[in-house]
Design a binder for this molecule. Sequence first.
Ligand code: NAI
Ligand code: MG
Length: 498
Amino acid sequence: MSVNVSMAAIPAAVTDFIHGSHQLLIDGRWIAASSEKTFSTRNPANGSILAQIASAEAADVDLAVAAARRAFEDGPWSRMTPAARAKLIWRLADALEAKAEEFAFIETLDNGKPLNDARIIDLPHSIEVLRYYAGWCTKLNGESVSLSNPGTWHAYTMREPVGVVGSITPWNAPLMMAVSKLAPALAAGCTVVLKPAEQTPLTALRLGQLILDIGFPDGVVNILTGFGETAGAAITAHPGVDKITFTGSTEVGRIIVKAAAGDFKRVTLELGGKTPVIVFPDADIDRAIEGAARSIFSNAGQICNAGSRLYAHRDVFDQLIEGVARRAGEFRVGNGLEASTQMGPVVSQEQLDRISGFIASGRSQGAQVRAGGGRIGSEGFFVQPTVLTGTRPDMDVVRQEIFGPVLCAMSYEEADLDRIAREANATSYGLGAVLWTKDLATAHKMAKKLKAGTVRVNGGGLDPALPFGGFKQSGWGRELGREGVEAYTELKSVAMAL
Ligand code: NAI
Ligand code: MG
């Protein structure tokens, strides 16, 4: 870990916010949890407690859902024009942009990610998602329908907001996740009860302050900090909630589906992934090395579509692994506040233990550690960028989502696209896939064969307009893009005799 020479100075506004009180946002007011319980959120760079946070339970969920219901059914929100909603969402984007630096610091302190990443990825993307969906408020059209038996009647469809939405978000990109769920819900005319992850509640709470400052009507956005088993489960089971949108583990996704089955809540799930990165012999190997390294080491591998399984043709495998292992060694791991840091700590002791357990299991099943493989220091939750070779499809490290900076590298013998696709698809997940090739036919054929929600060829990032989500056990539905906002609507058909 590098020496602490260039630690960014934390702005006074950030310190003031963190030292302030952190309550629940219900019906336009900050209030303590009815149990008066709190929990602590930590700085993963040193394990220290950053702040005490109100811990919502079922009684608070009742209040928040009632407020969201009132705002949806009779409040000013229900009478607001789409254009007026658009203006509010756009103003939230402007406010976030004006405070971007403050938000970046809060995210780094709470989540651990490099300040530079928060500045150039999390904040700009969150701002753009708000602007993108502000535009959708006025474009949610139905269609006039050409009937199969035309003549005496006429029909059309229209889109209506689904109602009160419970949004449950994870800790790996806390602000981006909160905004990616809020923006389309608000654009569609829904009201929201948002529960951020207990590990990283701070940016959602700061966003709540902006939402109040801007003047969103009371009850439109309610923010309940708390644990999954209490606050999260109560939101999921609440009869006043019409839709649940969740990003997190496949395991909790399954719990949510069962809870939502009682009254058939609408459900969108963005779950885990085990993204294959497939390198063909004709690829630009230097770019593939850099892309493969960034894909698994960015955000310390805590990205649902991190490229965690590398498949490279045997002719380029050694060169590629040597390159990725070298990059792993070069990645500067440290406190996210240091200017030189490229990879911060993982979010918690729990995740550190989980990742360490996976590396140990890979080793015991015969994998070789080509880079990293251990924890760094004893303070904070730092893991070395790790490359494992000699991994086989039956190993846990290849089958399960590690959610850490651990790459499993495998080679294939011949460029038989069907075989490669079969191996890449041999996972219960289907979120992403990455191809490195200069051959257009290979790229298009493989894109068709891969069972993944997003296929990237030679790079490409995240964009608010591009739908994101998974095949198979990576989830239900899509976020972002048009599909992302339509997921917060019900489609109504109107038929009329002429
Ligand atoms: P998690 O799925 O438990 O947490 C995600 C969110 O769900 C949090 O807000 C949590 O409070 C909430 N939650 C937990 N239990 C709930 C319940 N019974 N009802 C309603 N909400 C509930 O994920 P966790 O334990 O933090 O991480 C474990 C693993 O999950 C990671 O190692 C990673 O593999 C995966 N994960 C995947 C993410 C993704 O982006 N797809 C994000 C976070 C975790
Ligand atoms: Mg924290």
